[in-house]
Design a protein around this ligand. Sequence first.
Ligand code: HAM
Length: 429
Amino acid sequence: MKIQIPKGLFDILPYGDSEKWRLVKYWQYVESIIQELTKDYGFHEIRTPVFERTELFDRGVGEQTDIVSKEMYIFQDKANRSLSLRPEGTSSIMRAFVEKKLYALQKIHKLYYVAPMFRYERPQAGRYRQHHQFGVEAIGIALPEQDAEIIDMLWHFFSRIGLKDLTLHLNTIGDSSCKLNYITTLKNYLAPYLSDLSKESQIRFEKNPLRILDSKDEQDIKILQEAPTIHDCLSNEAKDHFEQVCTLLTEIHIPFTINPKIVRGLDYYSRTVFEVSCLSLGAQSALGGGGRYDGFTSVFGGPSLPGVGFGSGIERIIQTMIAQNISFPNISNPFIFFIPLEEKSKTFCFSLLACLRHANISSEMDFHVKKIQHSLQRANLLKATYCFIIGENEFNSKQGKLKDMQTGKEEMISLESIEQKLMHLWEKK
Ligand code: HAM
């Protein structure tokens, strides 16, 4: 019996998948950019478990949110504890941060993670039941500079990859008092239209009214056109903070659009919220999003600290790279491919292969002696930069043929000097 992968999941393969975005070279490239970026912005990696106690997400993300009420993978363990696969990273990071008392070690914390997340959603292009997020969380600074640093980092993550046609939507949802005021104002405005709203929005009216602003239903959008915005209910502090974030982003030339409809689907946000989307992605266009979550640490029994972060979906980033034809250096192609054409030269090639690898030069060799065309085909498949070919005559005269695979140029090199020659070419590349 064939056993298939569960719905909404996918494998990431080195080759053999017709869907390019599932090929590992793209994932490795994006991960290499993440390594560079986090180093440049001074972030440290944190790794937390794939599952947590269910109540962590009930309290963290919010019981009324779609993520918790509809999309969590929940199971009982053998001791009847309720556990959940993590649907997002921020709650887990805050749990670890408080549990391990990282706050007692220093004032400012800049953390990042690259990790799978699980949401029981209806699978479609760009939406999976396991997806991977690159996320960052900056804890300890309440100033607008911290919001701007995080937004700048997300924007430059995408520009380092080379993505184009992106839009940054920016908003504030104020502090908790502004948010409560706004919920009342919005509900007062919507109440007369309640029966005209979509079924989903009618449910949200009671449970999570801010999410009505996210509705894609045409009638809801029409009704919302005249709705008051959060900006009508902001405190002076929240307004000031938002204006400073906008000024800082303008100062560092990050283009943004203020969009009062961006509220985000998780309960922990306050003040700044943002999303970056790419129109060419279709319905699931959000490449990343985040916001400020001041005081979130206190939900898990820690001191009340300010925080701000983002999460970005790697699947959607790679799909955009492919749609936009973005090329990148192939990190794993061999620099040199050895082709011994008879048994005697195999040992010579094998020992040189090991020697170059020990010097961190990526090298490959055909262990089977075969026809030269077949070996060259493999070298081409692996996108080798050079081939070194030793036939019987060459071996007897103590030389081999070095072939530049891009230009096709060939040169005879003595076996004595080939190692030095390759080292020299490697340094020059
Ligand atoms: P989120 O907006 O729920 O935020 O997810 C972040 C990103 O993950 C989305 O913008 C999208 O690119 C990707 N994503 C989400 N769900 C799926 C899915 N089912 N399939 C594919 N990609 C998906 C958060 O999770 C917050 N924890 C972000 C954050 C960190 N806020 C502050 N710090």
